[in-house]
Write a protein that binds this ligand. Structure first.
Ligand code: SME
Length: 160
């Protein structure tokens, strides 16, 4: 990594803009997928102080827990199950304002109240992982989060 990790002050957009630049640096200097996912989870997590930030990788017909920040979580999620498996099945991001209103939501932590899941596509247009972020507050995530997190997912998908 070229320099020490910094968290921007200012708006959510300001924070995402600096976060993206720093993730682009990490991507440039690290080629190991696990090391990359570990640092990216940490960088997102500590920029916003989310409750849980991490990755699940597609392995066979399941999502398997990958590097994350936050409390321990369920390690395997089936295709089409929970928010993560549904985002994988639909092939698109899902923003959940209130996890109790999402049928089939998998509660890894009773403190999680809202969630966003973004699929990560590789160069062949296959989903190889999902980025999952949980908040202990309701309606934390909106279209701004979706936009920037999808940009981060695209960047990661180009190298994973
Ligand atoms: N809530 C997710 C499960 C993963 S944890 O939030 C870390 C889901 O419903 O898929």
């Amino acid at each position: 990594m070229a320099e020490v990790f910094k968290v921007a002050s200012g708006t959510k957009e300001d924070k995402y803009a600096l976060l993206y630049k720093q993730i682009a640096e990490v991507v440039k200097y690290e080629s190991d997928n696990i090391a990359l996912m570990a640092n990216v989870a940490s960088m997102i997590h500590h920029t916003f102080n989310f409750w849980w930030t991490g990755f699940y990788r597609v392995i066979g017909d399941e999502l398997v827990l990958a590097p994350f920040q936050g409390p321990m979580a369920c390690s395997r999620i089936a295709y089409g199950k929970g928010v993560c498996g549904t985002a994988w099945h639909r092939g698109e991001s899902i923003v959940v304002e209130d996890v109790e209103q999402f049928p089939g939501h998998i509660a890894c932590s009773s403190l999680s109240r809202s969630e966003i899941v973004v699929p990560i596509y590789n160069k062949d247009n296959d989903i190889i992982a999902v980025l999952d972020i949980d908040s202990e507050h309701l309606a934390t995530f909106d279209d701004i989060d979706r936009l920037y997190l999808e940009q981060i997912a695209t960047l990661l998908g180009s190298v994973l």
